[in-house]
Write a protein that binds this ligand. Structure first.
Ligand code: PLP
Length: 464
């Protein structure tokens, strides 16, 4: 118990300053590197081990804090964090009803509530996953089964032998995790044909339709992107759903964070047509603000989840009245992720999430205005969602030198650590792409982004 009390004290101290802590400092990486040593022959005991771990807290990047804007990373709401602690304490195996009635029931409820939150049909199946990569894997596994069934083959039993390559079509915005999922599914990373009309990757709908037409009725898988990572663009999902219906294709939607537009009428992009898809995925550890790891996949035809993920054995339970989630997703033994998802939805409800998302959309617009008002910043995309894409562009620097300059500022920014913002290439140009996802983030946190980038930009410029 003393080790748990110590962990509680450490957690309290950690959270007490997280609103103002630097996200990273020089000691962050040094402290992590300093951890080491050989496997102890004789252990030091629980209390001493936890004390050492607590002493290493400077090495914990404050990624659950309000000034972390890199990638698309949420924090943990108090309810989700507390429930996650209990999930570890109870150590439930949400494999089946028999292994954890609590984990199974709360996952069932969590899936139902999430479908309700995102206005997805209640009859759809669903499963919690470790994140959006595994959710993409799950949705695309269902799509793969559907595709092979169209060719008269049970791919999950017999594999791909005798089947043609799987046609997978998307825009240029397809996320690397979806292509990774395709690699894991044996469909192949390079199976994806990207139909892009511009350097940003926006969908060329006419080219997509032409490719579908060329298949002459053979089935295909379409991957639609609800929330591109650099600027939050959406593919035209309704139009893709029309094409899927016309040509007989599976429509998979990666809404790792973009799915959340469906909980507010205030979003510029409403996410229409997502309810017409065959599989839809999103993340819990992004905009739902549930601690790692948490994601979810929804599939229109629940029967298809029991293809790749079916499991049987004389010693295993036979699925009954309740879902056996170990038979519906990639893992067999599984953390009871339903506890944190259930708790955060129970604690804050639809209204709590709607207001958080709306606040974040407002913060993104605020940052966009600040960027527009700054003479040395240039916005590169509309701030339609929760991401603002821009670069440092002072007068007197040639276009050809801007990429190198922004790359140097990006490096300085991560070393500085007051705000943590990543760089990307957008339309071929090096840019910053802060994503506002954390429930703690305030106007002051967001204002700091432009201020720090301008300060470091001026410094890098002088040093060059
Ligand atoms: C659009 C999109 N899809 C999938 C993923 C993968 O998510 P995860 O890291 O949770 O596996 C991300 C992560 O940033 C994403 O932005």
């Amino acid at each position: 118990m003393e080790a748990l009390r110590l962990a509680l004290r450490e957690a309290e101290a950690y959270l007490a300053t997280i609103d103002t802590d630097r996200v990273a400092g020089t000691s962050t990486f040094r402290t992590a590197e300093a951890m080491g040593g050989a496997l102890p022959e004789h252990g030091v005991g629980a209390l001493a081990a936890i004390r050492e771990l607590a002493a290493a807290h400077p090495a914990a990047l404050r990624s659950s804090g309000p000034r972390f804007f890199h990638w698309v990373v949420g924090g943990g709401t108090p309810a989700a964090l507390a429930a996650d602690w209990l999930a570890s304490t109870y150590d439930q195996n949400a494999f089946a009803w028999e292994s954890s009635p609590l984990g199974t029931r709360l996952e069932e409820i969590a899936i139902d509530w999430l479908k309700d939150l995102f206005a997805l049909p209640p009859a759809w199946g669903g499963v919690l996953t470790t994140g959006a990569t595994m959710a993409n894997f799950t949705g695309l596994a269902a799509g793969r089964r559907w595709w092979a069934e169209r060719h008269g083959v049970d791919v999950d039993s017999h594999g791909f032998s005798g089947l043609p390559p799987v046609p997978v079509f998307s825009s240029g915005c397809i996320h690397a995790s979806a292509t990774k999922a395709l690699a894991m599914l044996g469909v192949g990373r390079d199976s994806v044909r990207r139909f892009a009309q511009d350097a940003v990757g926006r969908l060329d709908l006419a080219a997509l339709e032409a490719a579908l037409r060329e298949l002459r009725g053979a089935p295909a898988i379409l991957v639609a992107n609800a929330g591109e990572v650099n600027a939050g663009d959406f593919d035209p999902i309704d139009a893709m759903a029309d094409l899927a219906a016309t040509y007989g294709a599976w429509l998979h939607v990666d809404g790792a964070f973009g799915l959340f537009v469906r909980i507010t009428p205030a979003a510029v992009e409403p996410g229409d047509g997502i309810e017409r898809a065959d599989s839809v995925i999103s993340d819990g550890h992004k905009w739902l603000n549930v601690p790692y790891d948490s994601g979810f996949a929804f599939v229109r035809d629940p029967r298809l989840l029991a293809g790749a993920f079916a499991l049987s054995g004389a010693y295993l339970p036979v699925p009954g009245e309740h879902a056996s989630f170990g038979y519906l997703g990639p893992e067999a033994s599984r953390r009871a992720r339903g506890l944190a998802v259930w708790a955060t939805l129970r604690a804050y409800g639809r209204e709590g999430y709607r207001s958080m998302v709306e606040r974040h959309l407002g913060l993104a617009r605020r940052l966009a205005i600040r960027v527009d008002d700054a003479p040395d910043l240039e916005r590169l995309a509309d701030a339609r969602l929760n991401i603002v894409c821009f670069r440092f562009r002072p007068t007197g620097v040639a276009e050809a030198d801007l990429d190198a300059l922004n790359t140097r500022i990006g490096k300085a920014l991560l070393e500085d650590g007051r705000v943590y913002v990543g760089t990307t290439r957008y339309g071929g140009r090096v840019a910053f792409r802060p994503a506002i996802v954390n429930w703690r983030t305030t106007e002051a946190d967001v204002d700091l982004i432009a201020d720090v980038i301008r300060e470091l930009g001026a410094r890098v410029l002088v040093a060059a």
